[in-house]
Design a protein around this ligand. Structure first.
Ligand code: DAT
Length: 178
C-alpha cells in the first residue's frame, strides 16, 4: 500500500533539481503559473527564514540547516501541490515527492550562463564539473525510486516550454488517472 501510486495527497509534489544555472527557477516558476502549484525556492526560503548555520566562505553560500528546512516544509508537503526548487535533494524525506526532475544543460551553454551570473574560478569549475559528472542525477537516483526520476534537457527556451507542457500534463494525469 505504500508502493507506487499510494496517494494520501490530493495533489502531487515535484522536486526540480539540477546544477546551478540549468534553469530550475525559470522552469519552476513557469510550471507554478501553469498549474497554480506553490513554487518553493529553497535558497530563498533559507535566507528569508534563517534556516542556516551562517555563511560558508569556502563555498561562497549559506550553510543550509537541513533539519530546519525539513521542519519548515513538512505541513506544506503533506498538503501537496508544491514545486520545490533546489540544487540538491538527498536530505528531503523520500515520501515527499511524486516526481523528481533533474534538469541538464550542455557544458558550453552552462558555462556562459554561470559566467553571466558572475561565477568565476573554483566556483565556476566546481559547477561545470558537477554537470559533467551528472552529480545531481546520480544523487536523485540514489535518493528516490528510479521510476519517479526524470532527466530533462534544458538548453533553450524551447526546452523550457516543452518541459513545462510535459510536467503540466503529468500533473493532470496524476490528479485524474484514466
Ligand atoms: P537555476 O535556478 O537552475 O540556477 P535559473 O532558472 O536561475 O537557473 O536560470 C539561470 C539563467 O539561465 C537565467 O538567466 C535564465 C537562463 N536559462 C535557464 N534555463 C534556460 C534555458 N533552458 N534556455 C535559455 N535560458 C535559460
Amino acid at each position: 500500500q505504500n508502493g507506487t501510486g499510494s496517494k494520501k495527497r490530493g495533489k502531487p509534489n515535484i522536486l526540480i533539481t539540477g546544477t546551478p544555472g540549468t534553469g530550475k527557477t525559470t522552469t519552476a516558476s513557469a510550471l507554478s503559473e501553469a498549474t497554480q502549484f506553490r513554487h518553493i525556492n529553497i535558497g530563498d526560503l533559507v535566507k528569508e527564514k534563517n534556516l542556516h548555520d551562517g555563511w560558508d566562505d569556502q563555498f561562497d553560500c549559506y550553510l543550509i540547516n537541513e533539519d530546519l528546512v525539513c521542519d519548515e516544509l513538512e505541513d506544506l508537503m503533506e498538503e501537496g501541490g508544491n514545486i520545490v526548487d533546489y540544487h540538491g535533494g538527498d536530505f528531503f524525506p523520500e515520501r515527499w515527492f511524486d516526481r523528481v526532475v533533474v534538469l541538464q544543460t550542455e557544458n558550453s551553454v552552462l558555462y556562459d550562463r554561470l559566467t553571466k551570473r558572475g561565477y568565476i574560478g573554483q566556483k565556476l569549475t566546481n559547477n561545470i564539473e558537477c554537470e559533467i559528472f551528472q552529480v545531481l542525477l546520480e544523487e536523485a537516483k540514489e535518493s528516490y525510486p528510479e521510476e519517479i526520476v526524470v532527466a530533462l534537457r534544458s538548453n533553450t527556451i524551447d526546452d523550457i516550454n516543452r518541459n513545462v507542457v510535459t510536467l503540466t500534463d503529468w500533473v493532470r494525469s496524476w490528479s485524474c488517472p484514466s
